[in-house]
Design a protein around this ligand. Structure first.
Ligand code: ADP
Ligand code: MG
Length: 257
């Protein structure tokens, strides 16, 4: 297993109340696997991602569990080691592309800087590879786009750039939290296809978080269904679709177009 989460419980506390965000969550992701995490808003998907990434806010408490990445419990490594892992082995993509982009830096330079950091090549060579990576995410006229600023691009184009950035290391695991939710439906499918293609090419595993079971059916081999902070169902996508066990999963399937 590349990533194995066992019994993970996370709480948020304020002066007024304690919210159980994750309640004994367990699941795993194999090498090269595309795993879907599906559930309604507030079910604990993003908290799961943030816990893996070591990005939980200060009011969060990990109450139990372990997160084994390549066999090592990453809940117990230092902040610095977590940061290194995020910079290199575990990449992330969020719903809003601008979360990952520098607003006042040209696209080509943003990519080149990251590529330059990961590989021992000159900046000029990194820039050349940056342009190639834009071509790889199917951006037309990559040389022109490399000279543009994020605000000059459409949402779909920006998310393609974010994918190029995320895949540049290349990572072993890509955590994508609602990566297509902010995009038009026609573009959603293209972006999903692109992520899948790149992941297969690089051998990267993907944890694809979505509230939309339709997204899961398009690209995920396996799915984890979350409800109110718990994993209520896990299995091969086809099996879950044909023989759902939990009432919430049945409701999700019933809502598919
Ligand atoms: P989603 O499945 O929509 O991504 P989240 O993982 O964001 O859900 O949230 C799970 C639960 O944790 C929700 O009840 C949410 O209100 C709570 N929660 C998330 N982040 C915080 C926070 N920073 N402070 C307090 N509660 C939070
Ligand atoms: Mg979320």
């Amino acid at each position: 297993m590349l990533l194995q989460i066992n019994n993970l419980s996370v709480e948020f506390s304020s002066m007024l109340q304690t919210v159980k965000a994750l309640n004994h969550v367990s699941f795993s992701i194999g090498p090269g696997e595309i795993l879907g995490i599906v559930g309604e808003s507030g079910s604990g998907k993003s908290v799961t991602a943030l816990t893996i990434l070591g990005l939980l806010e200060k009011n969060a408490r990990i109450k139990s569990g372990e997160i084994l990445y390549k066999g090592k419990n990453i809940l117990q490594i230092s902040k610095k080691e977590q940061q290194e892992l995020r910079g290199k082995e575990i990449a992330m993509i969020f719903q809003e592309p601008m979360t990952s982009l520098h607003p006042t830096m040209r696209i080509g330079d943003q990519l080149a800087e990251v590529i330059h950091r990961h590989r021992s090549i000159s900046y000029k060579e990194a820039y050349r590879q940056a342009v190639l990576s834009l071509d790889e995410v199917k951006i037309n006229d990559p040389e022109l786009v490399a000279r543009k600023y994020p605000f000059e691009l459409s949402g779909g184009m920006r998310q393609r750039v974010v994918i190029a950035l995320a895949m540049s290391a290349p990572p072993d695991l890509l955590i994508a939290d609602e990566p297509t939710t902010a995009l038009d439906v026609t573009i959603q499918h293209e972006i999903l296809k692109l992520m899948k293609e790149l992941a297969e090419k690089r051998g990267t595993s993907i944890m694809l978080i979505t509230h939309d079971l339709g997204v899961v059916t398009q690209v995920c081999q396996r799915v984890v269904v979350m409800y109110a902070g718990k994993v209520v169902e896990t299995g091969k996508t086809e099996e879950v679709l044909h023989q759902p066990v939990h009432p919430y999963t049945r409701a999700l399937i019933g809502a598919l177009p």
